[in-house]
Design a protein. Sequence first.
Length: 394
Amino acid sequence: MKFVANTYGAFAVPEKNNGRGENSSRRSVIAGIVCCATGGKLSRAQPGTGESFQGLDQLARVKGMKFGSEIRGEELRDQQYCRLVRKDCGIVVAGNELKWQLTEPRPNVMSFEGGNSLLDFSDKNGLKFRGTNLVWNRPENLPKWVNEFDFGRNSGRLAEKIITRHIISECKHYKSVISWDVVNEAIDQDSGAMRETVLSKVLGDELVELCFQIARHAAPDAELVYNDYMSWNLSSTKHRAGVLRLLERLRKHSTPVDALGIQSHIGPRLADGVLGNSVQEDRDWRRFLDDVTGMGYRIVLTELDIRDDYLTAMFESRDQVAADYVKRYLDLTLSYKQVKHVISWGMVDKYSWLKTAAPEHLGQARRPLPYDSSYQAKPIRDAIARALVAAPVR
Ligand code: XIL
């Protein structure tokens, strides 16, 4: 077993392969997933049939939710992509254009053109607009000039000033954003403690409270979200605990946070060559969702996709295995009526960030999204449709 690091954590891949692109532990893993997902029967979804005729947002709306997707400049220029967004989405989120690195590339020099085009598209098509993110608390995701800033003797004041200017100018510019990821990925996945950045070094953990207070002032009507990638996998135990501690503290300090964003970059993780005990994973996930909702937070699934490239043993039916896994995840998670939006991190495989986030296992092209690279609906789309249909009304 070796661990491969990507931007949202380390994941394990089996080291040995029998030369036919399969290995026995992986086969049992897949069998486990399929069995769990289908109650023993492998259901064969027919993309494009049944519920799939309706747009996904139409199905979500019946249940009091919204369905949407990430969109960024490159995708906006693709008419076929836009057609799918119009068909399936009621909300879009800017993939990159609203991130600090792009909106303020140099101190006090704002650049809103990229985001403006996305907002224009969403307005013209009657779509709601989400913003991600105001402060991404990772050194590699802060603007270079922030990382290199000399905060000098009055460091706290200066840091506060820079953050305030940034959040206010961005929120005031994008007034119609209905939901903001105010702070992204503040918690370290391995320790569960606050991630260290130049900003947290100066302001301490209270950086998070500060960001939300400024955001509430600048965007009084928007939903304010803390967004992170803790998952239902066993390997995410410390990450979940750290996020819960943060959410508790924010409640204690009466910080204006409305919802937890669960990124939902899902994928079965392999531990010791076998699938993590999914019964335990389900139980842990429920406990986590109980704790989050028990504190009064709403939930947004902000970046749904599935990492599927190690399912090579069953290559022909890999899409179905991935779809069953998505369905199982959504069935459990959407059973919580506090989940309001489900947002896919893109619609079409060829644009997925996972194409480049980490090396593809055994060179297998990833197929993480509802539509393949020829814009054809895949079983994942059908799984999302069926999960929306099965979800309780909220
Ligand atoms: C990703 C984008 O999709 C990529 O285009 C970019 O290069 C890096 O960021 N978690 C998040 C998202 O919060 O903002 C990330 O988006 C994916 C992981």
